[in-house]
Ligand binder design. Structure first.
Ligand SMILES: NC(=O)c1ccc[n+]([C@@H]2O[C@H](COP(=O)([O-])OP(=O)(O)OC[C@H]3O[C@@H](n4cnc5c(N)ncnc54)[C@H](O)[C@@H]3O)[C@@H](O)[C@H]2O)c1
Length: 151
């Protein structure tokens, strides 16, 4: 049995929503009545996914690299312009990095994981949560191990 919740009238941002778990979340949100902005650094795939899912609800694709704050601010502004407001943020974009021992782990690979999985959710919360608080119904879903946004 499909577990659905009523998200009619809600607008969600799903980072890394072009594929994998983020795409599955996007599909469930659409089926639950929400509009979804897929935020992904893979613009081609994000657009293809949005095109595939558009029969299930309102879905847009926004190119963003969650390690770049200026990029995130641009994506937020584009999303607010298109959808009007953001009610739900799913910080899903993330990478696994190499599966090797600590001493074999390249420092630049470690830093890349930290930038995407840790800095990314922080910066997305920083950019989006103020507008959610202003409308008094924030709802953030962290996927990577990261500090929760605090109000
Ligand atoms: N797959 C698993 O078993 C598993 C387990 C635990 C946690 N997770 C976490 O769940 C999340 C999704 O996992 P998945 O397996 O669906 O991953 P995936 O690789 O299938 O999809 C990740 C998406 O994030 C996007 N992305 C990556 N870096 C980005 C960036 N800097 N800016 C914007 N978009 C970016 C990619 O383009 C891709 O579309 C990740 O955070 C992952 O760490 C996954």
């Amino acid at each position: 049995m499909t577990n659905t919740i009523d998200l009619q009238g809600r607008n969600a941002v799903v980072t890394g929503g072009a594929q994998g778990i983020g795409r599955a979340i996007t599909e469930r949100f659409l089926d639950s009545g929400a509009s979804v902005a897929i935020w992904d650094r893979d613009e081609t795939l994000a657009q293809a996914t949005a095109a595939e899912l558009k029969s299930r609800g309102r879905v847009i694709a926004v190119k963003v690299d969650v390690t770049q704050f200026a990029d995130i601010e641009k994506a937020r502004d584009a999303t607010l312009k298109e959808l009007g407001r953001i009610d739900i943020l799913v910080n899903n974009a993330g990478i696994t990095g190499p599966n090797v021992t600590t001493w074999d782990y390249p420092v630049d690979a470690w830093q890349s994981v930290m930038r995407i999985n840790l800095d990314g959710p922080f910066m997305c919360c920083k950019a989006i949560v103020p507008s959610m608080i202003a409308q008094a119904r924030p709802f953030e879903i962290p996927m990577s191990p990261c500090p929760q946004s605090s109000r």
